[in-house]
Design a protein around this ligand. Structure first.
Ligand code: GLC
Length: 601
């Protein structure tokens, strides 16, 4: 029987505004979809709403002022010429306090969103780069204290930069207090995790699941002696999936979000968002219930901390990724989502020297609902997952791309093949510069500028991955660390090279050339009205399949990005001759891997 919570409306919450009323109704609908069959449903909603009201009441005044301003500027995070920047704190600045000292550097790059990878207290030993959290209310002691985190958030904000944090919401470390209490049989934590007792039952689930790390962590369950069963572990055996079928898990994670939001975090990257709900006989990804959870998170945050954005980390096929925006504004879910389809297709296009895969990716991504915003990127701390394109790019092609970036044959790229389920093209690891061939042939830096020039041309927010702005290459030192040696993603998680950063304004180094190039792109887009959020990037054929042509119909004219994906110089048809905004030169040809930006009336 579905419990009735109608009595919880305005009578229950005296000062509810019409906006809050709509948000709370949406959240209740989502919760009803998830937990409506439970006899204690009304009590659950009451408990959750009082937690939200408490957070709202406790929200510091400066953050409330930010909320008010942002309610009038819904896409506040998409500011032309203000890219995001993502890094591991220990590799970038050693500590959180040290990170405050890097703010002038971030400012010099125009950074508007700062996204350090997970920094909450991880388990000891291998923690999958911090993605196995042992305590969401504490910071990794090697990086500092929670007060240091708040100080960093404040300092960034004082410099007009927003702090974006990872919330690993699908799983905790096996060492988290919730897991310990669950193992100890504490009734308050019953059903916090998922355990199957027999091999047969595990096989039944497994038939429909695919492995994320087939080589280093095969299967989706791990036997645990203390649990006396197979615990659900989508990722590594020490990362235990939370059981969102238990509303207490929902509340516990909401509590984490509210707490961090009130500590000054301005955006959340919701890690592994696709995996939040499990139903036997399904692939247990992107299920409608996962969307209900996210929508409810969004709605409650919109009540207590409306100036905070949500970024979906769902590296899936495009149709699935689109779902994370919610169908329309009134059903809003995540504000941003990783635009992994064009990112992946762009690497494919570069591998082939042909634009068609990228053109098709852009055609598909136009389905994005207008209220959502893409987070555009070239590289991140993870591998490039070719399988995300499997619906429309055939496996042979994906294999060719994967092999090329693994450096096979006469390849310009210096990357490594990561893991993929049997028979599927392996994902790719490597820094963008290395994958582009910086240090391998004469065109490496041109390719790197090309992929960033294209990515910056798209609608949305570009995110720079630490080191790309200085054309930093792979870091092979991880091979010497037994805890990392088998995890090839460490290839592209280098230590920041501050000596390169200090020389960033010199034009005679790759680092200086790349840094200056990004600044130029920032400067151009900062001076174009409605750049980030309006006018989807549309590709158009120009009669030469080596040229990628992207148009955006902006208020002040049609912006056009022309990119030569090949290593041959190409003549442009007369209709495309024009003035390049980047070099300020008249353009009739494109050099190998050349890119121009134009504005036509
Ligand atoms: C996300 C992270 C990845 C991590 C995984 C498990 O995909 O980006 O680095 O391994 O989640 O937390």
């Amino acid at each position: 029987m579905v419990a009735d919570v109608a009595h919880l409306s305005s009578a229950h919450i005296a000062s509810e505004t019409p906006r809050e009323h709509d948000l709370l109704s949406l959240a209740r609908t989502c919760l009803r979809n998830l937990y409506g069959e439970r006899a204690d449903f009304a009590a659950i909603v009451t408990e959750i709403e009082s937690r939200v009201r408490m957070a709202q009441a406790e929200r510091p005044n400066d953050l409330k002022a930010l909320d008010s301003a942002r309610l009038n500027t819904p896409k506040w995070f998409a500011r032309p010429g203000r890219p995001g920047y993502s890094c591991y704190i220990d590799r970038f600045s050693d500590t959180l306090t040290g990170c405050i000292d890097t703010i002038p550097y971030l400012n010099s790059l125009g950074v508007g969103l700062f996204h350090p990878l997970p920094l909450l207290k991880p388990r000891e030993g291998d923690s999958d780069g911090g993605f196995a959290v042992a305590d969401y209310h504490e910071v990794d002691p090697r990086l500092g204290t929670f007060d240091d985190l708040v100080a960093l958030a404040d300092s960034l904000r004082a410099n007009d930069i927003s702090l974006v944090l990872d919330v690993v919401c699908n799983h905790t470390a096996r060492e988290h207090a919730w897991a310990k209490a669950w193992l100890a049989g504490d009734p308050a934590y019953a059903d916090f995790y998922i355990k199957v007792e027999t091999d047969a039952e595990m096989q039944e689930w497994n038939r429909h699941l695919s492995d994320v790390f087939p080589d280093t962590a095969p299967g989706s369950f791990s036997w645990d002696d203390d649990a006396k069963g197979f615990v659900w572990t989508t990722f590594y055996p020490f990362q235990w999936d939370l059981n969102y079928a238990n509303p207490k898990v929902f509340l516990a994670m909401l509590d984490v979000l509210l707490d961090l939001a009130n500590s000054g975090v301005e955006g959340f990257r919701l890690d592994s968002a696709a995996y939040l709900w499990k139903i036997k006989g399904t692939i247990c990804r992107n299920l409608p219930q996962a969307h209900d959870i996210l929508k409810a998170f969004r709605s409650y945050l919109s009540v207590a901390a409306p100036g905070v954005f949500l970024l979906a980390e769902a590296i899936e096929g495009l149709d699935e990724v689109l779902g994370y925006f919610g169908t329309d504004e009134s059903q809003s879910e995540c504000d941003l989502a990783y635009d992994n389809t064009p990112m992946t297709a762009l690497w494919g296009a570069l591998a082939e020297g042909k634009a068609d895969a990228m053109s098709e990716a852009l055609r598909l991504t136009q389905q994005k609902p207008p209220h959502g915003t893409w987070l555009n990127y070239v590289r991140c701390h993870d591998d490039i997952i070719w399988q995300a394109l499997k619906g429309w790019v055939d496996q042979d092609r994906l294999w060719r791309w994967s092999n090329l970036y693994a450096g096979e044959g006469d390849s310009f790229a210096d990357g490594l093949a990561f893991q993929a389920p049997a028979g599927q093209a392996p994902s790719t690891c490597g820094m963008a510069a290395s994958l582009c061939g910086v240090g391998t042939d004469d065109f490496g830096l041109d390719r790197l500028k090309l992929v960033y020039g294209i990515t910056y041309a798209l609608d949305g927010v570009p995110m720079i991955y630490m080191g790309d702005e200085l054309a930093m290459r792979n870091d092979t030192l991880f091979r010497d660390d037994p805890q990392k040696a088998q995890e090839l993603r460490w290839l592209h998680r280098p230590q920041m090279e501050w000596t390169l950063a200090e020389a960033r304004h010199r034009s005679d180094t790759d680092a200086g050339e790349m840094f200056t190039y990004l600044l130029k792109l920032n400067h151009i887009v900062a001076n174009i009205a409605n750049w980030s959020s309006s006018a989807p990037a549309k590709s158009r054929s120009v009669g030469d399949d080596r040229i990628l042509c992207i148009d955006r119909a902006l208020p002040e004219g049609t912006f056009c990005c022309l990119a030569n994906m090949s290593d041959m110089p190409l003549f442009l048809p007369a209709s495309l001759h024009g003035h390049d905004l980047i070099t300020q030169a008249a353009v009739q040809t494109l050099p190998p891997y050349g890119l121009v930006w134009m504005m036509r009336p």
